[in-house]
Design a protein. Sequence first.
Length: 371
Amino acid sequence: MDSSSKHKAPPARPVRTSAAQAPAIDPAVREIDALFRTAGLVRNLRGKAGGVTRRTRQKQVAPEELQQSAPVSVVASNGVTMLKIAAWERPGRLGVGWLWHGFSTRQGGLSRAYCAEDAAGELNLGFTAADDGEIVARNRRLLAEAVSGDPSTPLVTVKQIHSSVVVLAAAKDAGRQGPRKADGLMTDEPGLLLGVQTADCIPVLVADRKRRVVAAFHAGWRGTVKRIVESGVGRMRLEFGCRPEDLTAAIGPGVGACCYAVGEEVVSSFESQFAYAGALFHEVYSTDPVRTKYPMLFLTQRAPGHSPIGPSLHLDLVEANRRQLLDAGLKAESIHATGGCTSCHRELFFSHRASHGHAGRMMSVIGIRPR
């Protein structure tokens, strides 16, 4: 060993960088960052992969724990069976004596496309491929008569596309060819009915007690993720100057949490949009008596979490839309619900899910009584 090597400094230890210090950036990544900056964008610097969320563990329940009793219906003088909001039917309490409204059922119409041969006619209100268009038009006149007292009351609908689009409606729009594509309608014009069709999705009706403005929204899971109800209330404020404290809302019948099993894409969509998403889902275990008595027959060799056996995730769409109404500024006591699961109570409602797609359509309507 020569004398120069005796005094040579030991190799420097690698410096440990703290978590706060940024790691070296690859030159190629710098070029991407430069491109982003020219477009006014910033690269995501999260430490985990995009789209990966921590799944909240829901309370485990049986389907029976989530089931609802059938709602109380009323029968109009022309035989149409509907659901009503009791608080809206008492004029002095909420100041909505000027309001027309109703949630149709499948009972009380003329259609025979979805019932047994010996059964009474039904109130299908959708122009479906299986039904006769003239009969559906007559059913719609029956509904208008049941709600307003006049079968010729204009009924305005839209072509629903599971969106957050809300349009202004007027009597001239009734029966127009090629209805507009939207999932919400609003008006301050008296003498017409706004209608949204459902067969599992959630109908939401909103009324401004002071300004006499009404709106109707169609909220399936896709529309709910897109905040159709929340943005719809915003449109009411923008177009008519409505104040949330003056609004009252009614949530109609739809598929309940007891029956609405959904896939991972639905859960992920809600988790990406709502901080309270965990409260909207339930882990539901099957109560199949055979599986309960002989669990060994249903074991698989697949890894935990990858077997179809086990809990399913059920979505509570009514609660999801109630939360949106609250976020839009409505008071909790101003929000009402009819109750009733369209899948459970098939004698009262059409259900697209329960009938595997062979179903008619109900309609939820709201309007302003002429002075």
